[in-house]
Design a binder for this molecule. Structure first.
Ligand code: DAH
Length: 341
């Protein structure tokens, strides 16, 4: 066999032995190094054969041998390094008995969850969902809802003005108007969304929150139907045992108007700190749509009548889950949010 073919065959057997090695196996690596690169190793043997090669071929063979030696040295060093830094080929170092990386799952925000629950309850009895603009003009947020300029009812809502005529909507009631302007009766919608009020931030109030507005307009709609619908909601959202009462109130866009209270979820009506010893918790405002509002959107108030209501989503969730600070909804603290996962 010529020296050149011997060089090739040494390279081949070395590669085969290398494939069978594990990176961390330092004694076997050292053995291999010794076998090939040691003083009496296979490479040294080949060098000693150089003398019997014809003189003209010697420089070329010498080069080939040096190349082989540095290649093998490099491979051995690589193998040693991989063992100490753990970067050997993955299949050789993966430890399948180690526990896996924990993947933390996100979850829906409690407001989103409550919003979806409310939507489902009303969709089940035929209400569809409509969305209105969060930036709206004075007309849709106030005027068309029977709240003229300088009307004292505007004091109830501290408004963020964008321009003289545009506001961040203070309630989702603006969407009632948009829906009625664009659709002939009968109308049966709920309108969820964000609303904004310029209020001092405290455990009880925040500069933005969410509401769901409801509107039903048809022929001969009665107050009894409104009661039935809202009681149905209370039972499904808060539980069968909860009772609701309708307390006369005032809203410019409804006549007559009422507020709905439910029996306190904490003390069941006995009186506690949550219900301020009254036994009742206020959850929404409602009423029969004022004929002036129907006229404003071009509905004939003689032919059509309806009821509407509006409720705060944060408040519903606060009551249901016994949350004591509205700001928790907005500061993104995962310790709070995880409890709803
Ligand atoms: N817009 C009222 C508010 O933000 C809630 C409300 C009360 C809406 C009575 C209505 C209603 O549609 O009939 O406080």
């Amino acid at each position: 066999m010529s020296l050149a073919s011997k060089i090739d065959s040494v390279r081949d057997t070395f590669s085969k032995s290398l494939e069978k090695l594990s990176a961390g196996d330092t004694t076997v690596i050292e053995k291999l190094r010794h076998e090939y690169l040691g003083r009496k190793g296979k490479v040294a043997d080949l060098f000693s054969e150089l003398g019997s090669v014809p003189e003209s071929d010697r420089p070329g063979m010498g080069k080939l041998l040096n190349k082989l030696k540095s290649e093998l040295t490099r491979e051995i060093e690589k193998m040693k390094d991989a063992g100490s830094t753990g970067t050997a080929s993955p299949e050789k170092i993966v430890d399948l008995s180690l526990p896996g990386d924990e993947v933390t799952m996100g979850s829906l925000h409690p407001i989103t969850k409550t919003m979806r629950e409310v939507k489902q309850i009303f969709q089940a009895i035929g209400f569809s969902v409509a969305y209105g603009p969060e930036i709206d003009d004075d007309y849709h947020n106030f005027e068309a809802l029977n709240i003229p300029k300088h009307h004292p009812a505007r004091d109830m809502q501290d408004t963020f003005y964008i321009t003289d005529n545009d506001v961040l909507r203070t309630h989702t009631s603006n969407t009632q108007i948009h829906v009625m302007e664009n659709q002939e009766p009968p109308v049966r919608v709920i309108c969820p969304g964000r609303v904004y009020r310029n209020e001092a931030i405290s455990i009880r109030s925040y500069c933005l929150f969410h509401q769901v507005e409801g509107l039903y307009v048809a022929e001969n709609v009665s107050l009894a139907e409104m009661k039935g619908t809202l009681e149905y909601f209370c039972r499904h959202f808060f539980g069968e045992e909860v009772k609701a009462r309708f307390r006369p109130s005032f809203f410019p866009f409804t006549e007559p108007s009422a507020e709905v209270d439910i029996t306190c979820l904490m003390c069941c009506g006995d009186g506690c700190s949550m219900c301020k010893k009254t036994g009742w918790l206020e959850i929404l405002g409602c009423g029969m749509v004022d004929p002036a509002v129907l006229e404003m959107v071009g509905y004939d108030p003689v032919k059509w009548s309806g009821y509407a209501w509006g409720m705060g989503i944060e408040r519903l969730a606060i009551l249901k889950h016994g949350i004591d600070d509205i700001r928790l909804y907005f500061n993104g603290d995962v310790r709070f949010l995880r409890q709803f996962a």
